[in-house]
Design a protein around this ligand. Sequence first.
Ligand SMILES: NC(=O)c1ccc[n+]([C@@H]2O[C@H](COP(=O)([O-])OP(=O)(O)OC[C@H]3O[C@@H](n4cnc5c(N)ncnc54)[C@H](O)[C@@H]3O)[C@@H](O)[C@H]2O)c1
Length: 258
Amino acid sequence: MTFRDDALAGQHIVISGGCGALGLSIVRKLIEHGANVTVNDVLDPITAAARLSDMPTDHFFYAQADLTQADEVAHMISEARGRFGPVHTALCHVGMVIPALLLDYKPADWDQVMTVNVKTAFLLGQAAARAMIEDAVQGQLIFTTSWVAETPWPEIGPYNTSKAAMNQLMRSFARELAGQGVRANAIAPGIVAAGMAQNQWDTDPSYRARAQKAIPLGHMQSLDSVANAFMFMCSPASSYMTGSVLTVDGGCSLYPMD
Ligand SMILES: NC(=O)c1ccc[n+]([C@@H]2O[C@H](COP(=O)([O-])OP(=O)(O)OC[C@H]3O[C@@H](n4cnc5c(N)ncnc54)[C@H](O)[C@@H]3O)[C@@H](O)[C@H]2O)c1
């Protein structure tokens, strides 16, 4: 997919969990197309700097914050506005998975998955939308969910649940904020050849066997495919979309996998 190099010129985009596997390729794509990007992560600045070392320095700003904490989210948004001005798009992207069968699942692990996936999305969506309204910006919240929000993948029940909750959180933001010119959408990637899924693919033979059966297009999703979906959603081409889930999953959600 090709976009003009200046497709995002003048946009300030904030991404949470931006130093992760998917985040880095999204950040690179957004910067390459003219955006200024505030990259949040919980990582210490030295580790983050190493991960971000090949990004053009004028166009990103690293904001360390633990987005499970409301005061840190507010501080991060305030720093972001100080560095690049009003926020146009906030990517509620941070996520994690703790695999286990539901019958064995530890309540503390449930709490952690829900907090890192759903609470951070709520807190960033809320803080970013408040800033957009204050700055009179017709902005957008974009939530990273997953095809498993609709088609449950075994052994990650709480993760499936958290992504379904995020889709409904997105729709609720869309409903409440449309009148104030702020849109909300989600992007649901498939099984990506990176990060959490790649790790499971490499280390868990039963996961690999299931994943190979589950992808109708026959291969894992490239990072570039994920980044292109964000490129489209951040661009003016998506301007009539609100309350939608853009599913880019090679057909995974077409079938139950077993
Ligand atoms: N990898 C896949 O196949 C896949 C598929 C569909 C959806 N997703 C979603 O994409 C997103 C990114 O996945 P990934 O594979 O790149 O994961 P990742 O683990 O590589 O990256 C997640 C990043 O979030 C950061 N983080 C964790 N807790 C944080 C907190 N409290 N505050 C701020 N940052 C925090 C981590 O330090 C890490 O850099 C997640 O929402 C995930 O659910 C991934």
